[in-house]
Design a protein around this ligand. Structure first.
Ligand SMILES: [Zn+2]
Length: 270
C-alpha cells in the first residue's frame, strides 16, 4: 500500500501526488452524495490520500482521500479560475505516471495560493505574470529550461546584466531590428549569424531574454517586482510555441490565457 502524503487532483481521474508523482486513480463511489471522497478528488483541491498501485496501463485504486484545502481562485476573478485549470492541464500533460516531482508539486501549490490571493494596490500580481512564472519554473524543473544567455550555435554570450527594477520594457520584441532570435528547436537564443537552418525562429530582444531569465530563476521575489512585465504578448507567444512544440498540440486553454494576457496588458497600458 502506498500513501501519498498530499494529493492535488490535476484532472478527473488524474492526481499529482507529492511523493509518487502523477497517478491515474479510480475513486469508487466518489460521485455519491455522501461519499467519503466528497470534495477531496475535485480539480484544484489539496488532499491527503491513500491508494493501491496497479499494474502499468491500469488505474490505481484510491482507497481514502481527505480534503486539506480547496483552492478557490475564482473568488476574485474568472481569469484566475481559468489560470488554475490551465495549470491543471499542464500538470496532467507534462508529467509521467509515478515519476516523483516534489518541487513541481510545491510550485503548483504555491502558484494556486498566488492565484487566490486578492489583488490590492500593494500586492498587484497580474494573473498572466503568475502563470508565466509557473510555466518558466515548471520548464526548468522538468529539464526543459530555456537558454537565455548564450547563442545555441556559437556559444557567445548574448545577454548582459539583469535589468534594474525600474528599467523600461516598452519594446520587448525587436522583430524589425532583429538583433537576437529565439530558436524553438533549440529552445535557446541564437545570434544573427547562427540563426540560419535553425528551424522556426522568433525575433527577440535582449530585454525579453532578461525578463524571462528573472521568471525562470529560483528567486521567488524578483519576478514579483517585475509583475507588469509578465503580460507582454511576446512572452505569451513564446510560451504558447514552447508548449505546442513539447506536446505536439496546443493546450485547450491556450486562447483563454492569451486573451487574458492581452486584456491585462491593455489595462496596464491605460
Ligand atoms: Zn551564434
Amino acid at each position: 500500500m502506498n500513501c501519498g502524503p498530499k494529493c492535488l487532483p490535476a484532472k478527473q481521474g488524474s492526481e499529482l501526488t507529492k511523493t509518487y508523482g502523477k497517478i491515474s486513480a479510480l475513486a469508487k463511489g466518489a460521485r455519491r452524495p455522501k461519499s467519503a471522497f466528497y470534495g477531496a478528488v475535485d480539480t484544484l483541491s489539496l488532499s491527503q490520500v491513500i491508494f493501491l498501485p496497479r499494474r502499468t496501463g491500469t488505474l490505481d485504486l484510491l482507497t481514502e482521500a481527505k480534503l486539506v484545502r480547496r483552492f478557490r481562485p475564482c473568488q476574485w476573478s474568472l481569469a484566475r479560475l481559468y489560470a488554475g485549470y490551465y495549470l491543471a492541464e499542464l500538470l496532467t500533460d507534462l508529467t509521467e505516471p509515478h515519476q516523483p516531482l516534489p518541487e513541481l508539486f510545491r510550485l503548483a501549490v504555491d502558484t494556486l495560493s498566488d492565484l487566490q490571493t486578492r489583488e490590492t494596490e500593494f500586492n498587484y500580481q497580474p494573473v498572466s505574470a503568475i502563470v508565466l512564472r509557473f510555466e518558466m519554473r515548471a520548464l526548468a524543473l522538468l529539464g526543459h529550461g530555456l537558454g537565455l544567455t548564450h547563442c545555441a550555435g556559437c556559444d557567445q554570450p548574448l545577454v548582459g546584466e539583469l535589468l534594474a527594477p525600474t528599467a523600461d520594457i516598452d519594446h520587448l520584441s525587436n522583430r524589425r531590428t532583429g538583433k537576437l532570435f529565439f530558436s524553438l528547436n533549440d529552445t535557446s537564443l541564437v545570434c544573427r549569424e547562427c540563426c540560419h537552418e535553425r528551424g522556426r525562429l522568433l525575433g527577440f530582444s535582449e530585454r525579453a531574454a532578461q525578463v524571462l531569465r528573472i521568471y525562470q530563476d529560483e528567486d521567488d521575489h524578483a519576478w514579483r517586482r517585475h509583475a507588469d512585465w509578465g503580460c507582454h504578448p511576446v512572452l505569451r507567444q513564446i510560451m504558447d510555441y514552447q508548449w505546442q512544440s513539447l506536446l505536439n498540440r496546443p493546450l485547450n486553454l491556450t486562447s483563454a490565457i492569451r486573451q487574458m494576457a492581452k486584456k491585462q496588458r491593455q489595462a496596464i497600458g491605460n
